[in-house]
Design a protein around this ligand. Structure first.
Ligand SMILES: NC(=O)c1ccc[n+]([C@@H]2O[C@H](COP(=O)([O-])OP(=O)(O)OC[C@H]3O[C@@H](n4cnc5c(N)ncnc54)[C@H](O)[C@@H]3O)[C@@H](O)[C@H]2O)c1
Length: 434
């Protein structure tokens, strides 16, 4: 099929590339000319495992191309996906200005029947709104469908190629049948393609993210109570995860959720409820998360008291989670700003997010090429993101490089007993330390 994907960010680039991988001709569009130039030169502007090689291969095979020309892309396609950002607006609601501009641009380019599909996460009712925006600009026939995206950054290619489910919303049977045909190659192992009305499809995406955010805040709250009551969250997690109604996924304590989706989508859902349907649980989920994002700094302050000024801290991990370079709403930002605010210095390392970090902190912190370099002369090591390469470091070397052997572990990646034996003062979340 001939497809256009508008918005070449984490979602649009992965979706466009994976759709090309299954044999479709895909034109990816973005208003960011620098991004398009970079992609046309064979480089990928984001870090996503497996993506660069797939982009290069499909571009070489001429199934995948990149342009800033929306008009040309729409005219060459039967289906146009909207995958632009829907960031948080000033009142917490999703900001739909990019979606609206895209819908209007698509409308102006229409030259016959096309299917316009929303892949961006949009508030319930947006598909109806998009129909109105398009109708106001064109007399050509069109159909609007909703196709929320459930991929996870860090495993986005895998998730798109083998989705747990595909959700399609809309009321045009021809459009839904065409989309089903498009997605068939991705569900060959039998995972379902669900069709429903567009409002339910739009709500499914928010409900999924809200549930995941709730699981994280839940386990973080239990971890804090464990700490207070001298129980061990590791043991508790093991015990509850064996209950099939609970399961083992997404119940690891940490420094709070971040990223480009959970924070803004829970706030957008709270905004959708408004005063008529107050989202009491989600408000609490957010409150727990905000408190959890301060956990590391509170522990550091608890240890060093008001003597942080002039001290240097090593931070391992900046991205909001491993296997991505995305730092949107990352807990590392809160931590580092608090440390800097207290007069401390920060030496930071992340395997992929250094460039993104530079955009946020500029030269207010030191960036190191290797994780060990961040430790030189630091009063403690702070672990924010659980990259695999941090899991088994050379602890003797870590001890040697730090001025004091202290580790604050925001992801519970080490064993408290082992670190105790090695002579470290070790802080982790909700666990028994000896
Ligand atoms: N990042 C994720 O893991 C993820 C997962 C599922 C759903 N989503 C949702 O998908 C949407 C996109 O997210 P993202 O992370 O890819 O965002 P992103 O910020 O990485 O990418 C958005 C892209 O859209 C481009 N853009 C903006 N306005 C445009 C226009 N008028 N024409 C063409 N391009 C335009 C931007 O330049 C940018 O490159 C959001 O609604 C998000 O909530 C994201």
């Amino acid at each position: 099929m001939k497809l256009a994907v508008v918005g070449t960010g984490y979602v649009g680039l992965v979706a466009g590339t994976c759709l090309a991988e299954s044999g479709n001709d895909v034109i990816c569009v973005d208003i960011d000319a620098k991004k398009i130039d970079l992609l046309n030169s064979g480089k990928v502007p984001i870090y996503e495992p497996g993506l660069e090689e797939m982009v290069r291969r499909n571009a070489e095979d001429q199934r995948l191309s990149f342009t800033t020309d929306l008009d040309l892309a729409v005219k060459s396609s039967e289906i146009v996906f909207i995958a632009v950002g829907t960031p948080q607006g000033p009142t917490g609601h999703a900001n739909l200005e990019y979606v609206k501009a895209t819908a209007q641009g698509i409308a102006k380019a229409l030259d016959g029947f096309k299917i316009i599909v929303t892949k961006s996460t949009v508030p319930v009712g947006t598909a109806d709104q998009i129909k109105q925006w398009i109708k106001a600009e064109t007399s050509h026939p069109f159909a609007v469908a909703s196709n929320p995206e459930f991929m996870k950054e860090g495993a986005a290619v895998e998730d798109f190629m083998k989705p747990d489910r595909v959700v399609l919303g809309g009321d045009n049977p021809e459009a839904l049948a065409k989309l089903r045909e498009l997605y068939d190659p991705f569900v060959r192992t039998g995972n379902p393609i669900l069709t429903m009305d567009s409002r339910s499809a739009e709500m499914s995406k928010y409900a999924a993210n809200a549930m995941l955010a709730t699981k994280i805040s839940f386990i973080n709250e239990v971890a804090r109570l464990c700490e207070e009551m001298h129980a061990d969250i590791g043991e508790v997690r093991r015990a509850i995860s064996l209950d099939r109604r609970i399961g083992p996924h997404f119940i690891f304590p940490g420094v709070g959720y971040g990223g480009s989706c959970f924070p803004k989508d829970t706030r957008a859902m709270i905004g959708m409820g408004g005063e008529r349907q107050e989202m009491v649980l989600l408000k609490a989920v957010e409150q727990v998360n905000e408190r959890q994002k301060r956990w590391l700094f509170d522990k550091v302050e608890g240890h060093f008291g008001d003597k942080l000024a002039g001290l240097t801290f090593a931070v391992w991990g900046l991205a909001f989670k491993p296997r991505t370079d995305d730092m949107r709403d990352a807990p590392a930002i809160n931590l580092i700003e608090s440390l800097l605010g207290a007069g401390a210095r920060v030496q930071a390392f992340d395997p992929e997010a250094m460039e993104e970090a530079r955009k946020i902190f500029g030269d207010r912190i030191q960036y190191t090429h290797r994780n060990y370099d961040a430790l030189h002369g630091a009063a403690a090591l702070l672990i924010v993101t659980e990259w695999n390469e941090f899991r088994r470091p050379d602890f003797a070397r870590v001890k040697n490089l730090l001025t004091e052997p202290i580790i604050f572990d925001g992801r519970n990646i080490y064993d408290p007993a082992d670190l105790g034996k090695l002579g470290f003062t070790y802080y982790s979340i909700g666990r028994r330390h000896g």
